[in-house]
Design a protein around this ligand. Sequence first.
Ligand SMILES: [Zn+2]
Length: 358
Amino acid sequence: MTWSFPAGFLFGAELRVHATFVLLLLWITVSSFLDGGVGAGLFDGLFVIALFASIVAHEIGHLWVARQYNVQAKRVTLLPIGGVPDADMVGDTPVQDIAIALAGPSVSLGLWIVLSIFESAPAPSNVFSTPNADTNYLHLLALANLYLALFNLLPAFPMDGGRILRALLVRNMVVDEANRIATMAGQFIGFGIGLWGLIDGTAGLVLVALFIFLSSTLASPVAVDRNPFEDISIPRSLLNTRFESLSIHDTIETAVAISGQTSQQDFPVFDEDRFIGFLTRDSLAVHMNQTGNRTEVGDYVTTNAPIVQHSSSIEDVRRALEEQDTRLAAVATATGDMIGYVTLEKIKEFQKANRERL
Ligand SMILES: [Zn+2]
């Protein structure tokens, strides 16, 4: 149940109107009709329709810029506080995401400026309280567009500001962490606004808080998006399968010699057939210049290297490495035979290169 109905297409995206929009229209029209008669009812009904048009204009901003980047949203759902595009309206880069997110509020700010030029009456206290037939129509509409812009710029996912926040975060972390933080900011701000409304006794603020929560459920495919790397097992290209290994009884001198011949930096170390850990490039670098170093490799071997199965997801391997605070993992078959190893740098490089496309 989506509680929305189709209302045509916009730049190839299906426009859906959320039932709350119709309820708002009915509620405002009927209540002002009961309060102030036909004139008031008509005025406020028309106001909600103009608000609807303002939100469509805001969405046109998003969709037009998205189209410049060849990003096509399948669907946009209109709520009384703005539109919520589907999860698929994501650009190729964080910069594109920011441009797409900024486009809607820019249109709303533009409308605010234009409408403000045409209006002259004094400001009402709250645009979300039932408008009065004797307040200036254009002024109210100008304010509604200003609120639309500012409200959507709150760093609260799935608001536009939340999308900007996510795009900024995604440069420094994996997508699901950025999603989680942006969504948490959204819930925190929504809760704050709701609480403020309750304490202040302002029904409009409580309504806005409810709409934020409603938006976040509509956008939940993005908000709770699974980290795509959970589903990818270690790619062959990341796996070192051709390597020299050392015995714990080999000397550092031997390791340095092999490293010089093969340019291999890290060495898996075995005790008989049993994998023990790695002689790392860092540890090797420390002893590199001590020619004639006959210390056994076993004295310098790491013992915290995780052994992961070849079928493990790349994200599981990264987690295992970060938990052990180490950068090398041994990769083994289901029967326990070591087939290679993988480094944290390679995993991070792969994730960085692929996170935007997945
Ligand atoms: Zn927007």
